[in-house]
Write a protein that binds this ligand. Structure first.
Ligand code: ASP
Length: 331
């Protein structure tokens, strides 16, 4: 009886402590323009096309499906849109005219799969999932990734879409490689979700920076850089200049900062601050760089931060599917 009383007392105290912490966090998040989502599930994706991706992911999440299935289905919508110039086969080519795709996926058990520099495949995210589920490895690249995809029944698609070819031929006239912040020569769909059971997964897929060197791989297929999930903590994903995200192991950093007690908003801000510091120390111009992070934690809090204005993300929770402008460093 005494034990039971103590248990009840301890539980009540613990609940009160959690509620106090939540309301403190809530107040803080509201100050930064972000919300506390008390209802699971929730899904977040980078950029405006995240709205369509979220809508697809929500079909799985709303039916108590697994976050892993939701994020794969969600980003496939954008990969499959041939009008999209920065994700999937509709993406802009590298400087040699090849459309090379990068993608990775991570689930609640820290299972991971990734493909980089893969060509002719409509849904690299599904190949990444197949790497995760059907091989002893975590990452396949280039021709090997394509061969594996074909062995798994994926279809080899041909050519580069006409619009992308036109853009490339135009670019060849100057061959000036200077990826700019918020100019539509890049963008990635990074999606992170918590399902009704409170489990996290994430997916990230891109055609990378337009007119990159052939063979260049960005942050998006690199676990810990473009995406990271830790079921005890939360999840984060990134978009922007991949070299800068890789330099700080960006999404792993965001998740580790959350583990140390930072809110998702604080964690994203600190990761951006680190890129800012490093960029300045390296004597590079911050104006030329855009990086954006989005993150969620176990309480359903979310956050986002980027270097320059112009980055937005979509969040779908109990209150609907909304596009939100991210706060930014360079004011
Ligand atoms: N992060 C991607 C890359 O570096 C591009 C982007 O998100 O804009 O390949």
């Amino acid at each position: 009886m005494e034990d039971r009383r103590n248990f009840i007392k301890t539980s009540a105290l613990a609940t009160a402590a959690i509620l106090t912490n939540l309301s403190k966090a809530d107040a803080k998040e509201q100050k930064t323009g972000n919300r506390l989502t008390s209802v699971k599930p929730v899904v977040l994706s980078t950029w405006k096309f995240g709205i369509d991706a979220n809508a697809e992911a929500w079909k799985t999440l709303a039916n108590s499906g697994r976050a892993l299935d939701a994020v794969e289905a969600g980003v496939k919508v954008i990969e499959g849109n041939m009008k999209e110039r920065s994700v999937g086969l509709g993406g802009r080519p590298d400087r040699d005219g090849h459309v090379t795709l990068d993608a990775c996926i991570m689930d609640e058990f820290a299972n991971i799969g990734s493909v980089a520099c893969i060509e002719h495949i409509k849904h690299p995210i599904s190949v990444a999932r197949a790497v995760m589920e059907k091989t002893p490895h975590v990452m396949l690249v280039g021709e090997g990734a394509l061969q594996f995809a074909l062995s798994q029944g994926f279809t080899k698609e041909k050519g580069v879409v006409e619009e992308s070819q036109k853009d490339w031929k135009e670019w060849l006239k100057t061959s000036n490689y200077k990826p700019q912040a918020n100019i539509e020569n890049h963008d990635t769909i990074g999606m992170i979700a918590m399902d009704a059971n409170g489990n996290f997964s994430g997916a990230c897929t891109t055609s990378g920076l337009a007119y990159k060197m052939h063979g260049r791989v960005g942050d998006s297929p690199i676990i810990g850089a473009g995406l990271f999930v830790d079921n005890e903590v939360g999840a984060a994903t990134a978009t922007g200049h991949g070299e800068e995200v890789i330099r700080i192991a960006g999404c792993h950093l965001v998740v580790e900062l959350m583990r140390q007690g930072k809110s998702p908003q604080q964690a994203c801000e600190e990761a951006v601050a680190r890129i800012v510091r490093i960029t300045k120390n390296r004597g590079k111009n911050l104006k030329d760089i855009q990086v954006g992070f989005i993150a969620i934690n176990q309480n359903g809090q979310h956050g986002a931060y980027c270097i320059q204005s112009g980055f937005n993300y979509a969040i779908y929770d109990g209150s609907g599917n909304n596009l939100v402008d991210s706060d930014y460093f360079m004011k």
